[in-house]
Design a protein around this ligand. Structure first.
Ligand SMILES: [Zn+2]
Length: 332
């Protein structure tokens, strides 16, 4: 069961090799669905669902801009329904992949909505484990991104309801807003579009920062080692950079537009979850937990350096074979 976005990788008209991968999957016995309705009607046991040309839309755009496609929870429930019939057990990965993207863009509203979508999908998975207690559920993240915080508003940090209500007022992701900003001609239009989608009225000097980022890719601040423009500059002014009216400022801060190096939480539920120690663990340890839950054995394949050089050389036909073989970390 494969569900998600990325139709551009399947369509003959979008592929360099001209192959129609949807037709190939259908010929291989897969039902191919392209909309949430088609997914709901499908009872196929081998299933490919591709619901958008590129990435799946941000949940904020899916729910408030009719961007289309099923929710992560819907996809999770459908996949579990299909796989629960598998006699040999199954492995299902459910990924809220756009939380990372939203944080790269420093888009707090999009990030929070995608985290809530992940939470709904997690509830589906928890209910499944309760009904099928021989299942192990692992929740993990490969890393954090952005170092974002939503502070409170007012004298005390704890007074955060106002701040969250202002984020809740956003009705579109930065992607959606930026697509509209690219068609603007005046700073007045920039101010109007940002206000319409966020409720924040940026100042003329802030609109200029966004304009410069839009037109020339110029960063809002030399101190911002961010690379996602104009999104990061839009975030900079929305969250109070270069002034802004205090009563309507979004009290949000991001440390970076890149991945961050903090530890991330891991949680386990269901069969075998007590084996997971309450401790700092390496991410690779999860592989072992999954193997023991499946009752499977695995050893990483090892080949000689000479065999690796030969194989990489044949596969690439380049003189880079030596460095590639070393990059793949072969054992001699
Ligand atoms: Zn990332």
């Amino acid at each position: 069961v494969l569900l998600g976005g990325g139709a551009r990788h399947f369509l003959a008209t979008r592929r360099d090799d001209g192959r129609d991968l949807f037709a190939d999957y259908a010929a291989g016995g897969y039902a191919v669905v392209r909309t949430a309705d088609e997914l709901a009607r499908s009872n196929a046991s081998r299933l490919l669902g591709v619901f958008s040309a590129d990435h799946m839309p941000f949940e904020l755009d899916r729910t408030r801009q009719n961007a289309g496609g099923p929710s992560l929870a819907t996809m999770a429930a459908h996949a579990l329904g299909v796989l629960s019939g598998s006699e040999r057990g199954f492995v299902l990965q459910i990924e809220a992949g756009r939380v990372d993207h939203a944080n790269h863009k420093n888009d707090m509203a999009a990030s929070l909505h995608d985290m809530m979508a992940a939470d709904e999908a997690l509830a589906v998975a928890l209910r499944y484990v309760d009904a099928h207690p021989d299942t192990l559920l692992l929740m993990a993240s490969d890393h954090a991104t952005g170092g974002g915080v939503a502070y409170g508003v007012g004298t005390f940090y704890r007074n955060s309801t106002n701040a969250l209500e202002r984020i809740e007022a956003h009705d579109a992701s930065f992607d959606h807003i930026v697509a509209q900003l690219r068609r603007t001609r005046t700073r007045g239009e920039i101010i109007e579009i940002v206000r319409a989608h966020t409720g924040v009225e940026v100042l003329p000097n802030q609109a200029e920062i966004v304009e410069r980022a839009l037109r020339d890719g110029i960063r809002a601040s030399i101190h911002m080692a961010y690379n996602d423009q104009p999104h990061n500059s839009l975030a900079h002014v929305l969250y109070g950079g270069a002034g802004g009216r205090l009563p309507e400022r979004l009290n949000v801060n991001f440390s970076t537009g890149q991945h961050s190096a903090g530890v991330v939480p891991v949680a386990a539920y269901g069969a075998g979850s007590s084996e997971l120690a309450l401790d700092m663990i390496d991410n690779t340890a999860l592989f072992g937990y999954m193997l023991s839950a499946l009752g499977a054995e695995h050893e990483n394949p090892v080949m000689s350096e000479e065999a690796a050089r030969q194989q990489v050389g044949e596969a690439t036909g380049t003189r880079e074979a030596d460095s590639l073989a070393l990059a793949y970390g072969v054992h001699s």
